[in-house]
Design a protein around this ligand. Structure first.
Ligand code: NI
Ligand code: MN
Length: 229
């Protein structure tokens, strides 16, 4: 089964798992580094980690146009359902067998207020096990936490973690996160969108690869990584 990961800049992720197309935190409008517009984005499933505007983003418009199912925590799934969209609610620690694999919501240390001030519940990370057994951990916006060790115990093929600092882990804590998660590959995200979260991903890659066995893949917005090799 072919699994492809795409970074659209900031925390906007694309995953193609077999014939299923997923978008995570689809923030295109107002995202200065987005390589495509919201009108050009396609998805069967839209996964939302938390309620902040740079993560809820264009989810409503893209879901409506594509008839996509929105998957998020109970509070955010309900917020989308009130807008007439199809949604599936899960919560922290809970997993569900979707057509694209087994998706579990994990802990994330962050906030989750929705763009209209509504209550967005607790922020989450996403742990996806594809039907052929690949494990992809998308941390969402989070600070470092020790239970990343437990997530790492599952055997992570790809970890997608923030390194931007200020709102999330910065480079130092993200390096500690890699030591807890022990993934085969890591893609850094949530940096170089705005001056406030400017980082050098190549310097971070050198540090991580000197101190761990993980391979860091630095993508440019719009670039993809094939997970079959
Ligand atoms: Ni956030
Ligand atoms: Mn964010």
């Amino acid at each position: 089964m072919k699994t492809t990961f795409t970074w659209y800049g900031h925390a906007t992720l694309g995953l193609t798992v077999g014939e299923h197309k997923l978008l995570v935190d689809p923030f295109f409008t107002g995202n200065p580094v987005a390589p495509i517009t919201a009108d050009e984005a396609f998805a069967d499933f839209i996964l939302i980690t938390h309620g902040h505007g740079d993560h809820v983003g264009d989810a409503q418009a893209i879901a409506k146009r594509n008839n996509a199912l929105i998957i998020s925590n109970f509070e955010i799934a309900g917020w989308f359902a009130e807008q007439g969209l199809e949604s599936h609610a899960q919560h922290l620690g809970g997993g569900f067998h979707h057509p694209f694999g087994y998706l579990k919501l994990t802990l994330a240390l962050h906030g989750s207020a929705l763009p209209d001030g509504g209550y967005g519940g607790n922020p989450a990370g996403l742990l996806l096990t594809t039907p052929d057994g690949k494990k992809i951990y998308m941390a969402g916006d989070t600070g470092l936490f020790g239970d990343m060790q437990l997530i790492g115990d599952e055997g992570i093929d790809l970890a997608v973690i923030p390194i931007g600092d200020n709102y999330t882990m910065g480079p130092d804590d993200a390096l500690r996160a890699v030591k807890l998660l022990r993934p085969k590959q890591v893609v850094p995200i949530h940096y170089n969108t705005w001056p406030l979260i400017e980082q050098d991903p190549h310097a971070w890659k050198a540090r991580v690869e000197a101190e761990t066995s993980a391979k860091v893949v630095v993508l440019k917005p719009g670039e993809s990584l094939d997970l079959d090799s």
